[in-house]
Ligand binder design. Structure first.
Ligand code: SF4
Length: 199
């Protein structure tokens, strides 16, 4: 898995290089965390989740405990269909895991300043480049899954799931119930252009 985690950054970098010229007119500015605070689903792959877990494991114990509570609260709010800010957004409006933030956060930018009536506006070309990068991430993690960040981290915190996943085994039937109720997709199906119907 470590080798696979190392392959995430080149996919991020290739996207950045290809999208750079289109992002020249972005309205985004430091301190604007609209897409983190008014966050829809922040989809990550299980492999990206592993990279995030490594960073969490290196944090001081009290911060890990607080974060665990915030991730659980995010899960509960989303299960109740309530708006929820990203648990990694800090009070100073910066990202606690910036170096390993998932692709969902890297692809987003806006040509107009965001607000309640203006969600991020991306160019078509960047949308297409982002879709290609997501397929590459799903192919790389072809025994894994995709879904909202706190749901995927919850799956990875479940030993019965983690052990199967780390062993490189693929048993979607084992996560069927959680997958269906939490919009989790099976990467190898998604990468092949299949529908997102939940695991
Ligand atoms: S992971 Fe970081 S960049 Fe992504 S939504 Fe959360 S706070 Fe924002």
């Amino acid at each position: 898995m470590k080798t696979k985690i190392d392959q995430l950054q080149p996919i991020y970098d290739n996207f950045e290089a290809a999208a750079q010229s289109y992002k020249a007119d972005a309205a985004c500015a430091k301190g604007c965390a609209f897409c983190c605070s008014d966050a829809g689903s922040i989809d990550i792959t299980t492999l990206e989740g592993l990279a995030i877990r490594d960073v969490i494991a290196a944090m001081p114990r009290p911060r890990q405990t607080t974060l665990k509570k915030m991730l659980s609260a995010d899960m509960r709010r989303r299960e109740q269909k309530k708006v929820s800010a990203c648990p990694f957004l800090m009070k100073n409006r910066s990202c606690m895991i910036y170096a390993v933030r998932p692709f969902a956060c890297r692809r987003i930018y806006s040509l107009k300043i965001c607000g309640p009536d203006q969600h991020p506006l991306l160019s078509r070309q960047v949308m297409d480049l982002g879709d290609a990068a997501i397929r590459a991430l799903q192919s790389l993690d072809d025994t894994g899954y995709s879904g909202h960040l706190s749901y995927i981290l919850h799956m990875l915190d479940t030993p019965a799931f983690l052990n199967v996943y780390l062993a490189g085994e693929h048993k979607p039937e084992a996560v069927m119930v959680f997958g269906k109720t939490h919009g989790i997709g099976i990467n190898r199906m998604l990468a092949a252009g299949g529908p997102r119907t939940g695991a």
